[in-house]
Design a protein around this ligand. Sequence first.
Ligand code: NA7
Length: 498
Amino acid sequence: MSTSAQTPAPGVPRRLRIAVIGAGMAGILAAIRLKASAEHEVVVFEKADRIGGTWRENTYPGLTCDVPAHAYTYSFAPNPDWSSYLAPGPEIQRYFEALVRRYGIAPLIRFGCAIESCRFDDEGRRWTITDSAGRQDDFDVVIAATGVLHHPNTPVLPGLDDFAGECFHSARWDHGVALDGRRIAVIGSGSTGVQITSALAGRAARLYHIQRTPQWIMPMPNQPYTDAQRAAFRADPGLIDEIRYGDHYTGLVRRFTRAIIDADSPEMLEIEAIVRDNLERSVRDPALREALRPNYRAACKRLIYSSDYYEKIQHPDVEAVVGRIECIEPEGVRMKDGSLKPADVLVLATGFQADRFVRPIKVSGRDGADLDAQWSPSPSAYLGIALPDFPNFFMINGPTGPVGNFSLIDIAERQWAYIEQLLAPLARGECALVELRAETLRDYDRRRIAAARRTIFASGCASWYLDATGVPASWPWSYEEFVDCTAQPNPADYLFMA
Ligand code: NA7
């Protein structure tokens, strides 16, 4: 049995060897789909010893997906058992683990296998993948399903190493550290910092939520599903479809994307009114209310959904600390105003290096093209999927795809269905390589950047949406536009090479 990719013969249908990098939500999707088609040989490389990606790595208290659970679910694997409208992180991890079992894809996964490089061999017209142990393997196609927010951002704060207590990043939660009755400082007010603060309020003896920039909070009730509701979902999957495909949720997504792409739209004004009203109604103390009032527009940073943050921040043992940090001292956090926030535990909810897509894997394409160089100063990929100079190399949830407040699973499924169509001519032997035309990406980027500058993300705030040049890197058009663009590849956008 051959385990390496064969040099393709023109016109002869072939079984492709496909490498999928990453066994998170996107990699599992690709593996399930490829296994179901049974057409190709698939190897999934996973650097950890478990599947799950972001849901494996993030285990912090309060972790909840802010997309409704029934929409954050593969279309082909609805889950009647979600415990609540918004699912807790561990439940999502269990969902993926159950699917890996149900679809029998574990045997396809090489765990503990960190890929160091992917090198395209111009002569053999295949990819050589090398892992950190120096093992090499050849493939016809590489699918990078390496995630979006993956590499923790550790802030540069003077004295951080001298902190006398326990300190860890939110995505590296140390479950050996006691929390109850202790003094805890949480740095960062993105979705993560807000969820952690809400979860620890009332548990910590003293909880400081330290925020350089306060955030707008969109109220989002999170009702648990009752046993009767779950039984009804099981009996009638149409009820699940009503949640995920019905007017309520899809209407929200459509209105939200319209708001994002037109900062002066009625939809945007409605969002602003809701979050302003939430702040006014929920925070009693006028001084605290003003401290928590952002000085930029709603949804400029990724909008935070929470039903209880404002309530929890007013808990007697919790203090919102709005301002800049001077340094970390052994006893706690010293603020620029001179105050010390004494802490036993320091949680860095300081986000991720959002432009690290695929890297640190070293990828070299046709004629030695270097991915790092192509992505300097900032990464982009056509529809978040494909690049010129990197034939047969496709991404799921790659740069410039939609990463707004809606289901990345839906986005990944659409991208995968598009990629499958690009694989088809390879499998039929009509060509050996499919590669995006350079002009396709150039034209896309020209239009994308112009549109991105008009989105709410560019309305004057710092956020992980902005690339190194200050341009929002998220899909800048409507959801419907994404659906249209990914429905079918336009052959004119690609080179199909023998
Ligand atoms: P985010 O949304 O990137 O938030 C990171 C937070 O950390 C944000 O409040 C930052 O303040 C703060 N930060 C970062 N560096 C520092 C320093 N040096 N000092 C003080 N504060 C700092 O990350 P999350 O993990 O909350 O959420 C990421 C996504 O995960 C989320 O959007 C969902 O898609 C899921 P800043 O606002 O820059 O002043």
